[in-house]
Design a protein around this ligand. Structure first.
Ligand SMILES: Nc1ncnc2c1ncn2[C@@H]1O[C@H](COP(=O)(O)OP(=O)(O)OP(=O)(O)O)[C@@H](O)[C@H]1O
Ligand SMILES: [Mg+2]
Length: 297
């Protein structure tokens, strides 16, 4: 009798555990991070890829949306030739799974499309279907990185306003810092909700990075009354360009080089932060749609 009671107690306990895990898994929400910059050519694409790979190698499930329609984007760096992109999904020609490109270390890449604003014109049924498809990814992923283009186009603005977190890349150059300030100003004017963090790339030494970050933080504090966090510094390192020539990311081609070590440090900082109430991929796309459906101002 006593044995039976004990068995029942154990079964109940294991069931409880199962349910707890299920709840945890259902609640687990993917963090959406947009990597952006004011000035072009400051290293967004390389860093978005480097950070994604650092997290993927640490065991996280990571996807990267290649939303930069410029020349040297993620597919070029990795030597990929995607046949389909998001536009095919919006037109109902392909499913998201069909357009995903497998990258190194289990990383998955979504080829973007310059016609992302098509989202606003989808009929409600197609949109609901797309959102359902997207929400299935929410539990399959820990991070979605978005490599945006430079500057403040409507498309970039849509991405940085919809993301949970924004990584703003700049170099210590005065022109890059000025453009970074311009982007923060617009982000603030549109009441961006995501946490904004600064990465200073191509620094000669940490001191230079620190000074540049302080300069920008001071102006942002003084004129916008905003605190801006610094995620870290990445040194100027020729292995970044050398890896691109080999159609690889520096993170994998030169894992022990200074740029890679600094990237790992930033990735682990990002990983340690619990994420500020992420709304998941579905929340991100819903906000994108709402933005594109709204009138430009
Ligand atoms: N830490 C670094 N050290 C040395 N070179 C770097 C570093 N980061 C990026 N680069 C180089 O700077 C150039 C621009 O990098 P990348 O394409 O990543 O910038 P981007 O901001 O994405 O540019 P765009 O605005 O055109 O999208 C590339 O040639 C890249 O190899
Ligand atoms: Mg780029």
């Amino acid at each position: 009798m006593k044995d039976q009671a004990e068995r029942l107690r154990l079964i109940a306990k294991s069931l409880q555990e199962k349910i707890r895990n299920q709840i945890y898994n259902n609640m687990k929400t993917c963090r959406v991070l947009a990597v952006t910059s004011g000035k072009g050519g400051v290293g967004k694409t390389n860093l978005a890829l480097g950070l994604s790979l650092a997290l993927a190698r640490a065991g996280y499930r990571v996807m990267i949306l290649d939303a930069d329609m410029g020349l040297a984007n993620i597919d070029v760096i990795l030597g990929l030739i995607p046949k389909y992109n998001l536009a095919h999904v919006f037109r109902g020609k392909k499913k998201i799974e069909d357009i995903l490109q497998p990258g190194p270390a289990g990383l998955q890449i979504i080829p973007g499309s310059s016609g992302i604003e098509e989202l606003a014109n989808l009929d409600p049924l197609a949109l609901t279907k797309l959102l359902e498809e997207i929400s299935a990814f929410n539990q399959k992923l820990d991070y979605l990185f978005i490599d945006t283009g430079a500057g403040i186009s409507r498309q970039v603005l849509a991405f940085i306003l919809a993301a949970d977190e924004v990584l703003l890349v700049t170099t210590p150059e005065p022109t890059a810092l000025t453009d970074a300030y311009g982007l923060i100003k617009v982000f603030n004017r549109h009441q961006g909700r995501g946490k904004l963090r600064l990465i200073i790339n191509m620094v000669t030494n940490e001191q230079e990075g620190r000074e540049a970050a302080e300069k920008l933080s001071r102006v942002v504090q003084q004129f916008l009354n905003l605190e801006i966090e610094v995620a870290g510094f990445i040194p100027c390192d020729t292995t970044v360009q050398e890896a691109v020539r080999r159609h690889q990311s520096y993170m994998l081609a030169f894992p022990r080089a200074p740029a890679s070590l600094s990237t790992i440090k930033i990735a682990s900082t990002i990983g340690e932060l619990a994420g500020e109430s992420p709304r998941g991929i579905q929340g991100f796309f819903k906000q994108l749609v709402a933005f594109f459906q709204s009138k430009p101002n």
